[in-house]
Write a protein that binds this ligand. Structure first.
Ligand SMILES: *[C@@H]1O[C@H](CO)[C@@H](O)[C@H](O)[C@H]1NC(C)=O
Ligand SMILES: *[C@@H]1O[C@H](CO)[C@@H](O)[C@H](O)[C@H]1NC(C)=O
Ligand SMILES: *[C@@H]1O[C@H](CO)[C@@H](O)[C@H](O)[C@H]1NC(C)=O
Ligand SMILES: *[C@@H]1O[C@H](CO)[C@@H](O)[C@H](O)[C@H]1NC(C)=O
Ligand SMILES: *[C@@H]1O[C@H](CO)[C@@H](O)[C@H](O)[C@H]1NC(C)=O
Ligand SMILES: *[C@@H]1O[C@H](CO)[C@@H](O)[C@H](O)[C@H]1NC(C)=O
Ligand SMILES: *[C@@H]1O[C@H](CO)[C@@H](O)[C@H](O)[C@H]1NC(C)=O
Ligand SMILES: *[C@@H]1O[C@H](CO)[C@@H](O)[C@H](O)[C@H]1NC(C)=O
Ligand SMILES: *[C@@H]1O[C@H](CO)[C@@H](O)[C@H](O)[C@H]1NC(C)=O
Length: 313
């Protein structure tokens, strides 16, 4: 009888066993045949001390039971596994011989730790170091991969792995939708982060001097960049704001492809240019912090030839 039990010691089962969170797991405890009469076993855990004796359960009765598929087996069954069941479980005979040592590792699918991760919207100032972070729990440790959308309907892998996506000295053109994907053998999760890059407005006019005859249309074109822009508009020589009206047609065309550019054209409709319309117009862009302007001078073509002749002389 004692010999048998020492044989049992020699065939000690010492393993690590994975179990899926919320799933069930069975920890084996088998005494080599022949089984001594009257023998019984106890399960013990490092955290909770004695758990069972024979088929009696002392702790966590909702979750634990002892299954005896055979007279020499006292398997510990744990259902609805919680993370807290990660522990080392040992099965002993009542004669104090260790039969199994099972390190149970409760595994789970990836999950974002939202409080520690970057939110859905991330704003950074141009030139700063942008850092987006996806903090993920899960076992085995999930692999995190980063993607960028480039304003398209699908995302492209950036070949960046790990919880952080860093863009040192971030430029305005990096403003985009990014995705982090966390994956392990139990599943995968994704999260979108929309990054905005703030920068002060910049204004540029296509041509600083525009010539138009009376009766012609004149097109004054301006390119504005900035983020966030609070206002974009044209003013006339009196400093009045010109909005779309019967005389002026203001086109505001945001550029596609995520580049924070606005084209703002003031078209003075044909056949109505009068002597009063010549002069300086101003393209304006405002952020909360600054107001940037650039002028366009609308001139009669006669003035052009006059200028030209001046140049030639
Ligand atoms: C059980 O296995 C672990 C890890 O492999 C080892 O550290 C430990 O010493 C083993 N225990 C016994 C009693 O063999
Ligand atoms: C088995 O246990 C009972 C009660 O504990 C005892 O009366 C009996 O003698 C034991 N039998 C053997 C073979 O040890
Ligand atoms: C069981 O064995 C351990 C060491 O293996 C020892 O410390 C303990 O005192 C023993 N318990 C009994 C009840 O024999
Ligand atoms: C960006 O990171 C680099 C290197 O990590 C550092 O030298 C630099 O000071 C950082 N810039 C800002 C604006 O924090
Ligand atoms: C994505 O865009 C491409 C072309 O730009 C188009 O062919 C494709 O059907 C689009 N896919 C979806 C899911 O909209
Ligand atoms: C991320 O954004 C894309 C594009 O708008 C969308 O198709 C996708 O469902 C979003 N994913 C998540 C996890 O929100
Ligand atoms: C536009 O400018 C003209 C002067 O060139 C001015 O008379 C007019 O009131 C302005 N229109 C608006 C809507 O501000
Ligand atoms: C328009 O502005 C330019 C430069 O600011 C100036 O030289 C020119 O005299 C102005 N023209 C008129 C008609 O005010
Ligand atoms: C600009 O400032 C106003 C008032 O302080 C604020 O309500 C608004 O949200 C700001 N806009 C931007 C784009 O920062």
């Amino acid at each position: 009888m004692i010999g048998c039990l020492f044989a049992g010691v020699q065939s000690l089962l010492n393993i690590t066993l994975p179990g899926k969170q919320n799933g069930d797991v069975t920890l084996p405890c088998r005494i080599p045949e022949p089984v001594p009469k009257n023998i019984s076993v106890r399960w013990y855990s490092a955290k909770d001390s004695w758990l069972t004796f024979g088929t009696r359960v002392y702790k966590h009765r909702t979750y634990l039971s002892v299954q005896k598929p055979a007279p020499n087996e006292w398997n510990l069954h744990i259902k609805n596994l919680a993370q807290s069941f990660t522990d080392v479980y040992t099965c002993h005979t009542d004669t104090n011989v260790t039969v199994s040592i099972i390190s149970l590792v409760v595994e789970s699918e990836p999950k974002f730790e939202d409080g520690l991760s970057t939110g859905k919207y991330y704003t950074v100032t141009e030139g700063d170091n942008a850092t987006m972070e996806c903090v993920v729990s899960g076992k085995p440790e999930p692999i995190i991969e980063w993607f960028r959308w480039f304003r398209e309907n699908e995302s492209y892998p950036l070949n960046v792995y790990g919880s952080q996506l860093k863009i040192p000295g971030v430029q305005r053109y990096a403003a985009d939708l990014y995705t982090c994907k966390a994956k392990n053998k139990h599943g995968e999760v994704k999260k979108n982060i929309s990054m905005t890059v703030d920068f002060e407005p910049e204004v540029d006019v296509m041509s600083p001097v525009v010539y138009a005859k009376q009766g012609e249309a004149a097109v004054l074109s301006c390119v504005v960049q900035g983020s966030p822009l609070v206002d974009v508009y044209w003013t006339d020589k009196g400093g009045n704001r010109n909005s779309t009206w019967w005389k002026y047609w203001i086109q505001t065309i945001p550029s596609g492809n995520g580049i924070p550019v606005i084209f703002i054209n003031m078209i003075i409709r044909p056949a109505i240019i009068s002597i009063h319309d010549y002069g300086n117009y101003t393209c304006n862009a405002k952020s909360n912090e600054s107001h940037v302007q650039k002028g366009v001078e609308l001139k009669k073509p006669e003035e052009k030839s006059a200028d030209d002749s001046l140049t030639y002389n």
